[in-house]
Design a protein around this ligand. Sequence first.
Ligand code: PAF
Length: 273
Amino acid sequence: MTPAVAGSRADLAAARDDLKGRVAVVMTMGALHEGHAALLRAARSAADSVVMTLFVNPLQFGPNEDFDRYPRTFEADLATAGAEGVDLVFAPARAQMYPAGEPAVRVNPGPLGEALEGASRPGFFHGVLTVVLKLLHLTRPDAAYFGEKDYQQLTLVRAMVRDVDLPVDVVGVPTVREPDGLALSSRNRYLSPDERASALALSRALRAGADAAHDPLGAARAEFDRYAGVDLDYLVLRAPDLGPAPAHGPARLLVAARVGTTRLIDNMAVEIR
Ligand code: PAF
């Protein structure tokens, strides 16, 4: 069934008032793929009502990034939302989200927001957390679902919710991968066939790290180096909360690399033995 669509704050507020029971939100920038469908399914199975937001947030794109060419596939996204049982889609225009223009006040993500993705994309997490906070206020959910694919984003959303006492449960959903391991991403559609082959460097490196008996970072680096045409930004081992890596126990490997003009990220849980 086609979900109801709200384009304005007023329509959203009215439609939200009519939603029954426990409400879950899945925030997206559209260009939906199986990874988003998994988020919608997880939300659908745990909540009485599901809201999906669809907004390509200009605040989280740098001046030389892909805001203009970011894929916009509204009709197909609506069909996916309908197939996954979404009750309400909030798809605001820029002026609805930022009626006073670019907001001067933004959420400060703290030191973690300056590391990894934040180091390569200055202001990125200020933009992400600002829109996430606004969308939480506007949609008033009981739970919000985010993909582990954007692990640093998920970690920072959890931190924001904790630090400013937002009344919402943040739920992480495992990354969906192609059969050969490539993590699904809306940006994969930018890759040429050769670049698609090179992009396997990321997931294969993480897999090698996760399977290593010792030294997951070394094993991941050795595997990454076997691939040509990939420009490494970072490959790091961290604690699950992205603090310093522990000597033993659960940890997270994270990687970012550029393949042609496309920047890709991925991450995987590992055990340090
Ligand atoms: O993960 C994304 O697609 C975006 O960062 C989000 C959470 C929808 C905010 O714009």
